[in-house]
Design a binder for this molecule. Structure first.
Ligand SMILES: [Zn+2]
Length: 471
């Protein structure tokens, strides 16, 4: 199934074939499926078992645009010109979460235990904040624990926090005019964006040093300098380890935008488009999962895997490999594959990135890990990662991590005291601040157009020499 998801390579909110395939398999195996979770067409919940606690596995299956790559090739070779590719390994991510759910369902049945297992079909992790919209819709509210993972080049427990983030669009409207004949009649929206940019640069000095302020101008108002630009648009993304800090900086930025509108004589519309909370991992669940990981030991790679990984690693620059390991504190590792378990103490407390799993962790005790699926140091969102998505190393990493997650769930069913401790820890964390979805209620999931499919289909192996031809 993971290989088929790799073939589909559907991007955020367009994962229709990926969802149908998974639902078919889940229903065939006795799962009860609820489609359209939180009103999102490519989100769903599958459940098996009865009574008792509910343990959920979070699956993702969205790909990235422009990363189409031939499977197994050690040089850049697009499978579909300009097509999508699984550059973050979410085909394996969904595959392992699904496998864990199947294993726990069978185990519950064979042992006659009461308990329910869920597979959450979570769309649009890449740029779509899928789980945040699902959390806002109450999808995770009755869950007792959530377990998930991310494919990587190392096997490690991931108890890191992440950066909270918010994206907001600022649209300025002014008055168009001939820039030479009647400049006094023009009110430039582009001036407003420029003034906002100047002030935002001053703001940067007065925000916490671990906060980040990114921006992209989406509309400059036109290409002609001799027309006063009547409309211009800029999107700002803020990040910080704490959501409260992000929201307070956004409030200051909104005032800056109001000031820019006043100065330029334009009007401004402000709209939050998406946001993600910082990850608040469950220490109790992470320790349990780490214990299962240590008990199961390293991923069982063989000589063929090592030879493949060696070829793949030769296609990755040492700088890229080092940088992609550094974010996890794993830069000391050497070799072509990670054949151990990374000691939890080497990992940093915070990852310099954002994920929509963060919001799940504010609703239910959540634990994550990383599975060794790629040549050591393979960067995320790269063609090199796409090229390894169907390889034996990816399959082994996926199955191995599924075992770790399933064993963690089984331990929670066997010993409800651990689950109670996780819930107690969660209650204490929540006493500090209850979850409030950072995306306003009237904001719908973004409509993200799929990348062009020049071949008409992405299914199966399609020889490159036919690229452009309609099959
Ligand atoms: Zn990812």
């Amino acid at each position: 199934m993971s290989d088929r998801l790799w073939d589909f390579a559907e991007t955020a909110y367009n994962e229709h074939e990926s969802v149908e395939l998974q639902i078919r398999e889940l229903e065939k195996n006795g799962f009860r499926v609820t489609r359209n979770a939180a009103g999102i067409p490519t989100a769903f919940i599958a459940e098996a078992g009865s009574e008792g606690p509910i343990i959920g596995f979070l699956g993702e299956y969205d790909a990235l645009p422009q990363l189409s790559q031939e499977d197994g090739k050690t040089a850049r070779a697009q499978k579909v010109m300009g097509g999508n590719g699984h550059g973050c390994g979410h085909n394996i991510l969904g595959g392992a979460a699904l496998l864990s759910a199947f294993a726990v369902k069978d185990w519950l049945l064979s042992t006659g235990r009461s308990g329910r297992v869920r597979y959450y079909g979570c769309p649009a992790e890449e740029g779509g904040a899928g789980k945040v919209f699902m959390a806002r819709g109450g999808t995770f509210n009755d869950l007792d624990a959530a377990l998930t993972w991310h494919p990587a080049s190392i096997l490690a427990i991931d108890a890191m926090s992440t950066l909270a983030t918010i994206h907001a669009r600022f649209t300025f409207s002014g008055v168009a005019a001939h820039a030479a004949a009647a400049p006094h009649l023009g009110r430039s929206a582009l001036d407003a964006v420029t003034l906002m940019s100047v002030a935002a640069n001053y703001l940067r000095e007065h925000i916490p040093s671990d906060a980040r302020l990114h921006y992209a101008i989406h509309d400059t108002g036109g290409i002609a300098p001799n027309v006063v630009q009547a409309k211009a648009e800029v999107v700002y993304q803020l990040r910080a380890p704490d959501l409260g800090v992000v929201l307070s900086i956004m409030e200051r930025l909104r005032k800056i935008a109001e000031g820019a509108a006043m100065m330029s004589g334009t009007s401004m519309a402000y709209r939050v488009e998406k946001a993600m909370s910082n990850m608040r991992p469950s220490t109790v669940l992470s320790e349990l999962m780490y214990g299962r990981m240590q008990a199961l030991g390293p991923t069982p790679f063989d000589d063929e895997d090592r030879a493949f990984a060696k070829r793949m690693k030769a296609a990755i620059s040492p700088e890229e490999a080092k940088a992609s390991l550094e974010i996890f504190g794993a830069q000391r590792l050497s070799g072509v594959l990670h054949e151990g378990v990374l000691p939890a103490e080497v990992m940093p407390s915070i990852l310099s990135a954002s994920t929509d799993v963060g919001d799940v962790s504010w609703v239910v005790p959540t634990a994550r890990c990383l599975g060794a699926c790629f040549a050591l140091g393979t960067p995320f969102h790269s063609w090199q990662l796409v090229a390894q998505g169907k390889a034996s190393i990816a399959h082994k990493g996926m199955v191995h991590t599924a075992k770790i997650m399933a064993a963690t769930a089984a331990a929670l069913f066997v010993d409800p005291k651990t689950l109670d401790r996780a819930k107690e820890e969660f209650r204490q964390q929540s006493a500090v601040g209850a979850y409030k979805c950072p995306i306003p209620d009237d904001v719908a999931p973004p409509v993200i157009k799929p990348a062009p499919r020049p071949q008409g289909t992405l299914r199966g192996a399609f020889p490159t020499q036919y690229a452009g031809a309609n099959p």
